[in-house]
Design a protein around this ligand. Structure first.
Ligand SMILES: Cc1cc2nc3c(=O)[nH]c(=O)nc-3n(C[C@H](O)[C@H](O)[C@H](O)COP(=O)(O)OP(=O)(O)OC[C@H]3O[C@@H](n4cnc5c(N)ncnc54)[C@H](O)[C@@H]3O)c2cc1C
Length: 487
């Protein structure tokens, strides 16, 4: 197929958080020269909805990443899509004795309202948006992706359009990635242990009961680390106002099954979340939010990936942005920040590739490189760290947070980086207990492994030719690290 005859320059499949930013960014950087279409399976009033039960998310994002977008493509978010500002995130140890504050200022978004704002911004930039289009597969020609095929869920008509590049923003369950029909370095499938099962409520509540800022704080997002409450994950209490909260948790299914077995119970995720809410003394009389802005979004579960981003995110005529590329941060499953960064970058790189008439894997490669330089360089190290944390018990987490985290480590975490744990080496013989000594050794290992991985990612190949060698070296590092934390 000749590229000059396509219906569009760019088709973005999935008009959620990432998709609408990619489209706006490409429109911005091309001065609206390109013909861009965004399709979503939802109707416009429910744009961006992830699943039948809603826009399931913790809704928290760092101000720095929103600023990143605003500075570059001049899109600013305000009310009502920003529902509540916060001063930072505080993580509590299982015994609530140690708290670690990190991440700086941020926002709690309203994910139902945000896409409405995003559509208006995209349309203003000349982007065309179509609703009720369920994308089922990619159209290919001569080992290139050249379009999408699906169905209009209203009319049941077949929908088929071609483009120079298809950007896959259909989220974590992307069938386009899983069934990618051309030769590519993209990893199609995710290991199920790299997915967290998560769920949350949006509740109004009375707070005249106990005031305990380890359980609710209108100014801070609270994270509870606790292997009993949230095996292999964590619980969160994110304020949406003085009497409104996004409260939920995520678990690794394998560890959850193991925990259930240990206590001889068959709790499901909802039961676990209900227990977590009931245990919270600061949230009394919780009831599902009745605000118009939350209707259809008060409760739900969904999944989120906690691995490094896909090792390669482009193929001939195709690229992935956001959850379809497994971008959420391995440590906390924060996917909005990396999606904003990646989408902003992708728009710019797409324009360059299209305007230089090279939408091959090679022509789109700069997006891999630029995202890794900006953000992705740290995710493999954080994935190793996440695996290490998942195998700890509560006593070890209590001990580790109390004794092993220096001020510098917290600063590193604040910047989204892997901590160095330099205190651990200094403590040496003073560390009490065999398990804690093992923990100290593991922390030193992850810290060293992280350094090597960051260096390796800083040497991400300039083009596809260098990828096989780079990837094989990456896998050597990861095989060693994963073997150590495989329990
Ligand atoms: C419970 C939970 C809590 C979370 N908490 C946070 C948090 O507090 N902070 C944070 O940063 N991140 C959080 N995340 C992650 C964050 O929500 C995601 O990273 C983010 O939504 C990714 O955006 P996206 O646009 O890539 O994908 P999505 O938001 O999943 O959007 C995908 C879009 O594609 C459309 N689509 C899908 N399939 C098709 C198809 N076949 N045809 C047409 N359209 C399709 C959907 O309708 C949707 O509009 C959380 C995730 C979960 C599940």
């Amino acid at each position: 197929m000749s590229l000059s005859k396509t219906d569009y320059d760019i088709i973005v499949a999935g008009g959620g958080l990432a998709g609408l930013i990619v489209a706006s960014s490409a429109a911005y950087y091309s001065n609206q020269r390109l013909k861009i279409l965004v399709v979503d399976r939802n109707s416009i009033e429910i744009q961006g909805r992830k699943t039948i039960s809603g826009w399931i998310c913790g809704d928290a994002v760092g101000k720095n990443t929103v600023d990143y977008m605003t500075e570059r493509i001049k899109i600013a978010w305000g009310q009502p899509e920003i529902e509540h500002p916060v001063k930072g995130v505080v993580a509590f140890s299982p015994d609530h004795e140690t708290k670690v504050s990190f991440d700086g200022e941020g926002y709690i978004l309203n994910r139902k309202q945000l896409p409405q704002k995003q559509i208006r911004e995209a349309n203003k930039l000349g982007v065309e948006t179509m609703s009720n289009i369920v994308v089922r597969q990619l159209i290919t020609d001569n080992n290139y992706v050249v379009g999408i095929e699906g169905e209009n869920s209203n009319t049941k008509e077949i929908f088929k359009k071609t483009a120079k590049v298809v950007v896959d923003c259909t989220g974590v369950t992307s069938v386009l990635r899983t069934n990618l029909p051309i030769k590519s370095f993209i990893q199609r499938r995710i290991d199920r242990n790299d997915l967290e099962a998560t769920g949350r409520y949006i509740y109004d509540f009375d707070n005249e009961g106990v005031e305990d800022k380890t359980f609710f704080d209108p100014d801070y997002c609270i994270i509870h680390l606790d292997q009993n409450l949230a095996p292999g994950g964590y619980g969160w209490v994110f304020p949406k106002g003085k009497n409104k909260v996004n409260i939920g948790l995520g678990v690794q299914q394998r560890l959850f099954d193991k925990a259930n077995k240990k206590i001889g119970k068959k709790r499901d995720l909802k039961k676990l979340i209900d227990e977590y809410v009931n245990l919270n003394p600061a949230i009394s009389n919780p009831r599902l939010s009745t605000g118009e802005e939350d209707i259809g979004n008060e409760w739900g579960t969904w999944q989120v990936s906690v691995r490094r981003q896909n090792d390669c995110m482009v193929a001939n005529g195709y690229m992935m942005v956001g959850d379809s590329a497994w971008m959420p941060k391995p440590l906390d499953a924060g996917g909005i920040g990396p999606a904003i960064i990646a989408a902003t970058i992708a728009g710019k790189d797409l324009v360059q590739a299209i305007e230089s008439n090279d939408v091959s894997e090679s022509g789109l490669w700069s997006y891999n490189k630029n995202f890794i330089n900006e953000y992705g360089y740290k995710t493999a190290g954080l994935e190793v760290f996440r695996r290490m944390l998942q195998q700890l018990d509560n006593e070890q987490i209590n001990y580790g947070m109390k004794h092993f985290l220096s001020k510098m480590d917290v600063e590193k975490i604040t910047n989204g980086e892997h901590p160095e744990f330099s205190t651990v080496s200094k403590l040496g013989m003073m560390i009490r207990g065999a398990l804690n000594k093992k923990l100290a050794e593991d922390l030193k290992f992850t810290s060293k492994m992280n350094e090597e991985l960051v260096t390796h990612y800083r040497n991400y190949p300039e083009g596809p030719e260098g990828f096989p060698e780079w990837s094989s070296k990456l896998n050597k590092y990861l095989t060693e690290a994963f073997a150590r934390f495989s329990s």
